[in-house]
Each structure stands twice: as C-alpha cells, then as structure tokens.
Design a protein around this ligand. Structure first.
Ligand SMILES: *Cc1c(COP(=O)(O)O)cnc(C)c1O
Length: 442
C-alpha cells in the first residue's frame, strides 16, 4: 500500500523549496546524482568496519580492484570500493593523509575526535558559543561537556575578529589537549597560522579545525585550508557549503594503517585512533547509501565548476552585505569574508531576531534568528539574524539579484504589521524563485 501521507508531505516540501529562497547559511540544494545515490539500495547493506586503505593512488584502480578488508560481514565487494572512492576523493579535495567518511553527522565527527584523543577531564579550548561557536564545542547541554573540560575564547569587540592574545593567554594557562577552531556564525577568515603557533607551544596539543560551515569554500579554493598551517585534524559536515548529503567527515594527517590494533596515543597515530574511535568507539554500521552520496558530492567538488561556485558564494555574500548596509542593517564583525552575514536587527531597527525570522518566513525568505557576541538580549530573543548565500548561489542567483533580496528584507521588516503588503511581497518572492529551478528539477 502506498504511503500517501508521507509522499504528499515530500511533494509539499519540494514545493516549499521551489517557492522560496533559502538563506540559512548551513543549508544547500544537492544535485540529482547525490539524491539518487542517497536513495539507492546501498541502504540495505551492513558494512561495520573498514575497507582496505592500500592502493589509494588512482580512481580507476580503486573502482576496479578488490582487496581484503577489515569488515565484520560478507558481501562487501561494492561497498568497499564505494567507501575507498569516497576516502580517496575526500583526501584529494582537502589534501589530507586520511579520511574517515563514516560519521553520521558533524556532531558525531567531533565526538569521535574527542574520544580518540582525550581522557575524561582533559581540557579543550574552543570558541564561546555566544560568540559563534558550535553546540558540539562544549555546550553544557551536550554529553561531551559532562566528560571533558571545555574552556572558551572570544571575539575581540574592537575589530570583530578572534581575540588571538586572549587565546594565547588561556592556552598557556589551561594547557588544552585540543585547540579547536570552528564556528557557525563567524564571518571572517581565521588566522590559522596564529592558531598553529599557539597550539605548538603546548606539548601534546592537537590542532583541530571544524570547517563544517566553510568546507565548500576551502574545497573551492577561496578560503585557506587548515592543513596548510600544520593542523592535525579537520572535521566537517558534508551538507553545508560542500553540497553533499547530510553527514560528517574527519580528515587527518599522520600514519594510516590497520584499525584492528590499538596504537599508542601519538599525533602520528591520529588516523588509526580516529578510525577506531568512529567504529567501534562511537558508532555501529556506516550509512553506505550516504557514503555513496558523499563520494558523488566530493566528485562534484573536484570539478572546475565548483571553484566558480565557491567564488560566486563569496561575491554574492559581499554584495548582499553591501545592499543590506545601504538599507540600515548593522553588520556584526563590520562585514563578511565568507558565505555568511550576521546582522544586529535590534540595534538597526528595534526588532528582535525572532520577529524578523518570522516575517521573512512569511514572505518566503528562510533564515534564522541568532545571538550576537555579548548580546544584551536573552538567548530565546536574540538581537540578530544570520543569513548566507550558499543555497541561493546553487539556485543560480548572481550579484545583481542581491539588491532585490535586501530590499524585500527591509520592506518586510518595515511592513511587518501590514498583512496586505506581506502578501504582495510573498507573491513577488515566489514568482522570482520559480525562475530558478532546484538542481533536482533539472
Ligand atoms: C553544523 C555544524 C556542526 C554539526 O553538524 P550536524 O551534522 O548538525 O551534527 C558541527 N560544527 C559546526 C561548526 C557546525 O556548523
């Protein structure tokens, strides 16, 4: 019997996506091939363990050669090759010695790294959540915060950049086992060299970057790669700017080898420690259909067109920021160098972020309310909104289209108590959005 209810809702969601413009900076629209791989029969397969990591030197060899594996079930001749292709492509894309493509999400990837390197009670130095850090970087509501000791650094209010002097001071005092750079609401390019310099002063300190938001920009060559500055581990999601299926990925530098025997905890052994920490440490069977879709997304990101896509995201965001500024939006950090914009709508227009999120949703522009650094408003009623262009850039919008979006945003805020005007704006956004089909419609 057909499940009409669910398929009606899937159809309604496709319509919602077609009719609106997605401005949440952590979302994107995947290609038809990514969707097909994700919906494939690989979902039927159990593949606990790992493929063989030998002979990862050429795509054609990987896709044909069958090697003995480190799996717990039979029937892996196709899954092994899919996972090896995903690993090889991820390594190539980010210039890593090893890739673990099995984490089910970005949160799982981060937890696996903590579990691989830390003992309970060890210290991690990461970005304050209220200043743009992520939940998985030690929010008190997470499990990892119960196990490890998280200490935090902040944004320097003078220039809206990381306060590197503060980071160095805390690092020398707290001697963290992990120095973590990563964020969900920071619009500047971090000084990875400075982070590495600080981390190297602490013996046994693992340099970890969580590039979940900017992975696509790094893959596209418009953002520095932490590995070029001596970082040991880079975690990411695969579904944000990287434009793949929902999932996580851990990249590392070090010696790659059999995950069967537990090695000593040294920086060289990080790849094996991580593999053992993902499975069996923190996860069971990998999602092979998602790994197939990750491999497709990595393949797409390795194409020359992806460089253009990444450059266009940055250009679109810069132009959108300019157009917003012209209309009185105050930008937190003073501007943007990546794919996202944080604006303080409370001090700009006297409305809190939640109200703006709601009225923009009503006209078909999706974004989220967000706290700003040192927000005077409470967390459930933050001063800011966060938006970005990765998804609309995938839809095909160009710099010339950014003025329209900024104007709609301003008009919607000004007319938030005028239902006739909101309805009119809704119709305009819908008509405009319909000119840009979803990649899966093509
Ligand atoms: C989105 C994000 C994550 C978590 O990803 P999930 O797949 O939602 O678990 C982790 N770190 C950062 C910096 C993120 O932005």
């Amino acid at each position: 019997m057909n499940d009409e209810k669910i398929f009606e809702l899937i159809h309604a969601e496709i319509e919602r996506q077609r009719d609106g413009l997605e401005l949440i900076p952590s979302e994107n629209y995947v290609s038809q091939q990514v969707l097909l791989a994700m919906g494939s029969e690989f979902t039927n397969k159990y593949s606990e363990g790992y493929p063989n990591f030998d002979e990862l030197d050429d795509e054609s060899v990987i896709s044909t050669k069958i090697l003995p594996n480190y799996r717990y079930y039979g029937g892996q001749i196709n899954t092994d090759r899919v996972e090896r292709l995903a690993i090889w492509r991820a390594m190539k894309l980010f210039n890593a010695d090893h890739a673990n493509v099995q984490p089910h999400s970005g949160a799982q990837a981060n937890n696996a790294v903590y579990n691989a390197w830390l003992e309970p009670g060890d210290t991690v130095l990461g970005m304050d959540l209220g200043h743009g850090g992520h939940l998985t970087h030690g929010s008190p509501v997470t499990q990892s915060a119960q196990i490890y000791n998280f200490v935090r650094y902040h944004i320097d209010p003078k220039d809206g950049r990381f306060d590197y002097d503060e980071i160095e001071k805390i690092a020398l005092k707290e001697k963290p086992k992990i120095l973590l750079v990563g964020y969900s609401a920071y619009a500047r390019i971090p000084d990875f060299a400075r982070f590495a310099e600080i981390g190297k002063k602490i013996p046994g300190c693992l340099l970890m970057a969580d590039m979940a938001h900017v992975a696509g920009l790094i893959a596209g060559g418009v953002h520095p790669n932490p590995f070029d500055f001596g970082f040991h581990v880079v975690t990411t999601t695969t579904h944000k700017t990287l434009r793949g299926p929902r999932g996580g990925l851990i990249l590392s530098r070090g010696i790659v080898g059999s995950p069967l025997k537990k090695p000593e905890k040294t920086l060289e052994n990080i790849p094996i420690l991580i593999d053992r920490s993902v499975f069996p440490g923190t996860q069971g069977g990998p999602l092979m259909h998602v790994i197939a879709a990750k491999a497709v997304a990595f393949h797409e990101a390795l194409q020359p067109d992806f460089k253009k896509y990444a450059a266009r995201i940055v250009a679109n965001t810069a132009e959108l920021a300019e157009q917003l500024k012209k209309r009185g939006f105050k930008l937190v950090f003073g501007g943007t160098e990546n794919h996202l914009i944080l604006t303080d709508v409370m001090s700009s227009f006297g409305v809190h972020g939640g109200i703006v999120e709601k009225v923009l949703d009503d006209i078909g522009l999706t974004l989220n309310k967000n706290a700003i650094p040192n927000d005077p408003e409470p967390p459930f009623r933050p001063s800011g909104i966060r938006l970005g262009t990765p998804a609309i850039t995938t839809r095909g919008l160009m710099e010339k289209d950014m003025e329209k979006i900024a104007e709609w945003m301003k008009l919607a805020i000004d007319n938030r108590d005028n239902p006739t005007m909101i309805k009119k704006l809704r119709a305009e956004v819908q008509q405009f959005a319909r000119q840009f089909p979803l990649p899966s419609d093509k």
